[in-house]
Write a protein that binds this ligand. Structure first.
Ligand code: PHE
Length: 350
């Protein structure tokens, strides 16, 4: 490279070394490589040279041009990196040792009772199952011995989707799947089916202090050889006295559900009015808490289990109602209100 070009390259290098910002850098780029830049005009001035000189000088100028462009690119990258570092340094620093400035959240009362019931039942050997909120007519009704046009469907009118599926009106909708899931272990190894499945349920309801269109239940099933109503009563009593931490009054009334035979309503005395009668208990002094019964042979059969060999119980605990009883909540509508002031009073650190 000839002297002139070499000194031009040194000049570019030293200017780049002194540059500390991208705007200046762009000025340098224009000064050398722009349309009127010194390297560009060198190329333009080659017209005056002889063909021989033009060839070698042209190659050298082009080499300088490439080198200059590369030096500028490198400088751009370097300056950009510095800018990013500066930006990071100027950002507020997160101090891991500073105390958090967050208000403490709280669990919804239904979550609290659900977890409590789950703990009690898992301690008695039950597994916890999850199940979708959108189910088929088969799961919610047909598999539960409730054929189409059965009057029992009136009590469980719910929300239907265009594709024929529906929002489950009770957690019993999972019974068939649970029987099928654990039936093989029962038949092959004699492992009893013991499962609870909490979930949100939906019904077309006229709402009042004790009815809501959205509520929570917790279903439980146990299937084995020789399961009887005594087993059912034992598990329900154990669970309820744990939840309320005292002996509470219960009563069993006959109740009809097509998927149990015999079927019962398990009531507990209203803890809000102590049994005198109030709007929450429809002035009866009792609250329907847990419909239950012995699983109907048709339901067992539909779940792949021989009703001649095995029996079982099922219950559908009203978690929403249980939460109302436990925490003295008078109106069911408060639970879905989203009123954090009201809902945050309940804690799990009793
Ligand atoms: N699924 C019934 C309901 O929601 C309750 C129930 C569950 C009854 C299990 C008997 C056995 O009305």
């Amino acid at each position: 490279m000839n002297e002139k070009l070499l000194s031009l390259r040194d000049e570019i290098k030293s200017k780049l070394n002194q540059t500390t910002d991208l705007i200046d850098l762009d000025k340098i780029r224009v000064a050398y490589l722009g349309k009127k830049g010194s390297i560009t005009s060198l190329l333009k001035g080659m017209k005056e040279l002889s063909a021989e000189e033009r060839k070698s000088f042209g190659a050298e100028v082009n080499q300088l041009k490439t080198q200059a462009a590369q030096l500028i690119e490198e400088k751009i990258a370097e300056l950009k990196e510095i800018e990013i570092e500066k930006e990071i340094a100027s950002m507020p620093q997160f101090d891991i040792t500073s105390p958090p400035n967050l208000e403490r959240g709280s669990y919804h009362p239904i979550t609290l009772v659900q977890r409590e019931c789950e703990n009690i039942f898992t301690s008695m050997g039950f597994t916890i199952e999850d199940y979708p909120e959108i189910v088929t007519d088969y799961e919610c009704f047909e598999a539960l011995n409730i054929p189409k046009h059965h009057p029992a469907r009136d009590m469980q009118d719910t929300y239907y989707l265009d594709n024929g599926q529906l929002l489950k009106s009770h957690t019993s909708a999972a019974q068939n799947a649970i029987l099928k899931k654990y039936g093989k272990k029962l038949i092959d190894n004699g492992t009893p089916i013991k499962a609870i499945f909490p979930g949100r349920c939906f019904r077309n309801e006229a709402t009042d202090a004790c009815h809501e269109n959205t509520f929570f239940q917790m279903e439980g099933v146990m299937v084995d050889k020789d399961i009887s109503i005594s087993n059912l009563i034992y598990f329900m009593k154990t669970m309820l006295s744990e939840v309320f931490r005292k002996d509470i009054k219960v009563r069993l009334r006959p109740g009809f559900f097509p998927f149990v035979e015999p079927g019962f309503e398990l009531d507990i005395s209203c803890l809000i009015c102590g049994g005198d009668g109030c709007p929450s208990c429809k002035h009866s002094g009792w609250l329907e808490l847990c419909p239950c019964g012995m699983i109907h042979p048709n339901v067992l059969r539909e779940g792949g289990i021989d009703p001649e060999k095995y029996t079982g119980f099922a219950f559908g605990l009203g978690l929403t109602r249980l939460a109302m009883m436990k925490y003295g909540i008078k109106d069911i509508r408060d639970l879905n209100s989203g009123n954090l002031k009201a809902l945050s009073q309940f804690t799990d650190d009793e």
